[in-house]
Design a protein around this ligand. Sequence first.
Ligand SMILES: C[S@@+](CC[C@H](N)C(=O)[O-])C[C@H]1O[C@@H](n2cnc3c(N)ncnc32)[C@H](O)[C@@H]1O
Length: 222
Amino acid sequence: MSKVDFDEYVKEYDELLNKNLSFFSKDDSYFCRYKADLIKQYSSKNPKRILEFGAGIGRNIPFIKNAYPESEIYAYDVSQKSLDYLEQKHPYAKVIREFKGFENFFDLVFCSVVYHHIPVDERQKATNDIFSSLISGGEFFVFEHNPLNPVTRKLVERCPYDEDAVLLSPGEMKNTAKAAGFNDFSVKYYLYFPPALKISFLEKFLRTLPLGGQYMLKAIKR
Ligand SMILES: C[S@@+](CC[C@H](N)C(=O)[O-])C[C@H]1O[C@@H](n2cnc3c(N)ncnc32)[C@H](O)[C@@H]1O
């Protein structure tokens, strides 16, 4: 299976995402806002420096900026063309083109639907690098597709830029983070109900039910 090159999807990324997810929410910013809200809710930090690792074209960036207006926002991705786009669209974000030399630097790092694109044998190294880049007490948030949710699995099968996707369970993600040195894990599930049903407020009571469309793993560098 060859790795998907997101350089080729810069122009159509938004369109493909909308096509795939509009059955759940017509407002495609719903998903980005939801993740920024979860970070804000579950982070105990007032982070000085935040990194989105695998930021793509920067869809989450304005929502993170809105949640943390005082923080410095950094964005890293292997896709240089995605970063070109992100840099133009969100000039306040500091773009990182090569993830090297960051030791004890970030207060908070998050990854949104990135790990399933990282080849399985490269995930540990990526996680080790993220661990090193965080300060002591720094927080790591991973948002991923939930392989236990049949709708999620169908969507991933159908999506052209998910051709290389190998989904990972929260347990696998936790083991990888643990091997990197992280501690204090918690997993929360979300995306059960389309917002149009007007019962999304119930999701907060279902954070531990492992059936949401996606999950969030939080881990801390002690
Ligand atoms: C589905 S997109 C998600 C983009 C963004 N996080 C979002 O939520 O819209 C996955 C991104 O992960 C990036 N990616 C894949 N492998 C990576 C790696 N090893 N390190 C950093 N980024 C990677 C891709 O280039 C792509 O931009």
